[in-house]
Design a protein. Structure first.
Length: 712
């Protein structure tokens, strides 16, 4: 009997769902006949939002648009319609593409202005006239057709196949998900956006099933909070819950792998039929939250309290910071005390962006906010000082921003330390973000009220790159592989009490604008008599430099850049620096080297002191993981700067990754090979349990190396 009731209940639920869908279809059909325009040409002007980003991208872009269409032999597709930037007709550029999957009983012909507006932002926008798209089949066939267009089409070779997105609404949302997860061509898409996509049970019952766990591309999902999207039902198996309820959105979000970029959002008060227009604008710019300003009033107190509660028992926390560069000029705050803003990165900005703008909010508002944050912080933890990192203290310090701080943090702005210390004599200062210059270091080192510097940055990092194939910032003292750069030794010679000596060289360049930024090399191979600059980083007060055992007389300390240097004509003889530290003498030598002849590999062991400290905690360290440095040596076993591919094979274990520190090397991290950079690279391996690990290194023309590692 219970089983029969359960079957009856499920059948009843399916009937209810079908009735709701039929009613929705009839409603939409009543609103939109085939071929009838659903949107006016300027529909987007009715969009309202407090977010400047949303308002910007919900409008038209700057591109003039054009249109073309193709008849399809597929009865469901009928026509394939394409809008595109008109300039495409007269250029060899490739353009990103968006494929739009229709909602129930709608066709691309019904909302042409929507497609046209997207195209005005520089996209090729593709749709079709299939009114039932939930399986994803016609979306996949449409994509295949467009990518196969021949040379007779204006779109031939104009689609950037590395930047193809798919978007869909309602049934079309399910269709977009199915197109990505069920079809081989779905691997072409690089991102997906859905508006009020049919939730999984509804999609399955309607024959639109998709597998959310197979999503491997960035996914931005939105839905409305109205009852037609979320009826507030607890058990979706017993009654209709709406088309895209929050509970299911959360489950979908959590099923997407953690390494996939994903955003879940809802439009407050929006019903299901509103979502095409309410989410308009989000499918133009890359998935990214406006964030701070929009959500600050509701979340600042809770977020700050949570941060302090989570971390206040950590002894490594020495102060609480309530903000970073919040006073950045014209971003968005300004004040008439300054006619022109001079922030840390303002020199390259157009004049209009640097000048005082009376329409921007007054920076005095920041002082009110800061004082409230300081009070909350003190109530949560009265034992630690409070600071912030100011970007434009020339203005913000005059408006009271730092009056109630315990510690003053300036990002760069070292030239203001002395002047502002006179105004705030009882406050210690820190460099909350600093460059690598010797002048900046000397200011911090000489002034007793400066607690220290935070360099931007200690290690290279991915992002903030300046031109492909470079894909990271080279601002660090260490490379991505953790290898020390010349700047590492220069900085060490300034602050460390440990005896330091390090030689580097570079071709001499007369009238160099920024000699401190030029790359130097750990090498001594140049053309005969070529002028070579030698740089020596040392904290010794007594150092001499010899070439072929002859002392170099013009070897002097550069007071501007903080290192010893000399310029000499190249000789293929030994270059040697000798530094005296009391009774201790350090030497550093460079010699001409030959081509690579050997591969040298060594395990990087943690210092015993670190191991003991880790063992004293509850930190679990995997004992069977190893970090291995690989160097190319010449016939005399001297390090070379050779750059050669090295293939790595792991027996009885797994290769976890390889890095060489070259920010322009775009070899996949999953590859089992990589080119050495300046003669070296690093790899990470994991051993199987109870097996002897063997790591093999191979490079063309060099003897293979096997490194056996006994398990722990």
């Amino acid at each position: 009997m219970i089983k029969l009731l359960k079957i009856f209940g499920i059948a009843l639920l399916i009937i209810m769902i079908v009735i709701v869908i039929l009613i929705s279809v009839l409603f939409i059909k009543g609103k939109m006949d085939e071929g009838k325009a659903y949107l006016t040409d300027e529909y987007y002007k009715d969009f309202k939002s407090d977010s400047m980003v949303e308002m910007k991208y919900s409008n038209r872009g700057d591109f003039e648009t054009a249109y073309t269409e193709f008849d399809s032999d597929n009865q469901s597709i009928q026509k394939i319609r394409i809008w595109y930037p008109k300039e495409l007709e007269n250029t060899n550029k490739k353009y990103p593409m968006i494929l739009v999957v229709n909602a129930s009983s709608t066709r691309a012909v019904n909302y042409k202005p929507f497609f046209d507006r997207l195209a005005s932002w520089g996209f090729i926008v593709v749709g079709n006239d299939d009114p039932q798209t939930g399986t994803g089949e016609t979306a996949s066939k449409t994509l295949d057709f467009v990518l196969s267009l021949g040379t007779e089409s204006v779109l031939s070779d104009k689609i950037n196949q590395e930047n193809i997105a798919i978007i869909g609404y309602s049934q079309g949302g399910a269709g977009a998900l199915a197109a990505v997860t069920k079809y081989e061509i779905g691997k072409t898409y690089k991102t997906i956006f859905t508006g009020s996509a049919a939730y999984p049970l509804l999609a399955t019952n309607m024959g639109w099933d998709y597998d959310i766990s197979k999503i491997r591309i960035p996914y931005f999902m939105v839905a409305g909070t109205g009852k037609s999207d979320d009826a507030g039902v607890e058990d979706v198996t017993k009654e209709f819950a709406g088309v895209s309820p929050l509970k299911d959105m959360i489950e979908i979000y959590e099923k997407i792998p953690e390494d996939v970029a994903k955003i879940r959002a809802r439009a407050s008060g929006a019903e299901h039929e509103d979502m095409l227009e309410r989410s308009d604008g989000h499918n133009v710019y890359p998935p990214k939250l406006e964030g701070a300003a929009e959500h600050f009033p509701n979340w600042f107190k809770k977020d700050l309290e949570n941060m302090i509660l989570r971390n206040r028992n950590h002894p490594s926390i020495i102060a609480w910071s309530i903000g970073n560069e919040v006073d950045y000029p014209n971003d968005p705050y300004a004040n008439p005390l300054f006619d022109e803003m001079t922030g840390n990165n303002d020199k390259s900005k157009p004049a209009a962006e640097r000048e005082y703008n009376p329409n921007r909010p007054d920076m005095k508002r920041l002082t009110t906010i800061a004082n409230e944050l300081i009070q909350i912080t003190k109530e949560m933890d009265p034992t630690r000082p409070v600071t912030l990192a100011a970007a434009f203290p020339e203005l913000s310090s005059q408006l009271g921003l730092i009056d109630n701080l315990d510690v003053v943090g300036y990002n760069y702005k070292e030239h203001l330390y002395e002047e502002d210390h006179q105004r705030f004599p009882n406050k210690p200062f820190i460099g909350s973000e600093n460059s690598h210059g010797y002048r900046e270091w000397s200011i911090a080192n000489d002034l007793t009220y400066i607690s220290g510097q935070f360099l931007w940055t200690g290690i290279d990092y991915l992002g903030e790159a300046h031109g492909w194939p470079v894909h990271g910032s080279p601002a660090g003292l260490l490379t991505l592989a953790g290898f020390e750069k010349a700047e590492y030794y220069k900085r060490k010679s300034w602050w460390s009490e440990k005896p330091t000596l390090h030689l580097t060289t570079l071709p001499f360049k007369e009238n160099s604008e920024h000699p401190e930024w030029e790359a130097t090399y750990r090498k001594w191979e140049y053309l005969p008599k070529q002028q070579v600059e030698i740089r020596c980083y040392t904290n010794s007060l007594s150092v001499k430099l010899t070439l072929a055992n002859q002392e170099i007389s013009n070897f002097e300390f550069n007071e501007k850049y903080g290192y010893y240097s000399a310029i000499v004509p190249y000789k293929p003889e030994a270059l040697k620096a000798e530094a005296t530290f009391g009774s201790e003498v350090l030497t550093d030598e460079l010699h001409p080297t030959y081509g690579p002849a050997f591969i040298n590999a060594k395990i990087v062991d943690l210092p015993t002191e670190w191991i003991n400290k880790i063992d004293a905690t509850d930190i679990q360290v995997e004992k069977n993981m190893y970090q291995i440095e690989c160097h190319l040596l010449d016939i005399n076993e001297e390090p070379t700067l050779a750059e050669k591919p090295v293939h790595i094979e792991v027996v009885n274990g797994t290769l976890l990754g390889i890095e060489n520190g070259d920010l322009s090397d775009v070899t996949e991290y999953s590859a089992s090979y990589r080119r050495t950079y300046q003669g070296k690279l690093i790899c990470f391996v994991k051993a199987n349990e109870n097996d002897e690990l063997i790591v093999k290194f191979k490079s063309g023309g060099i003897a293979e190396l096997e490194l056996p590692i006994k398990g722990v």
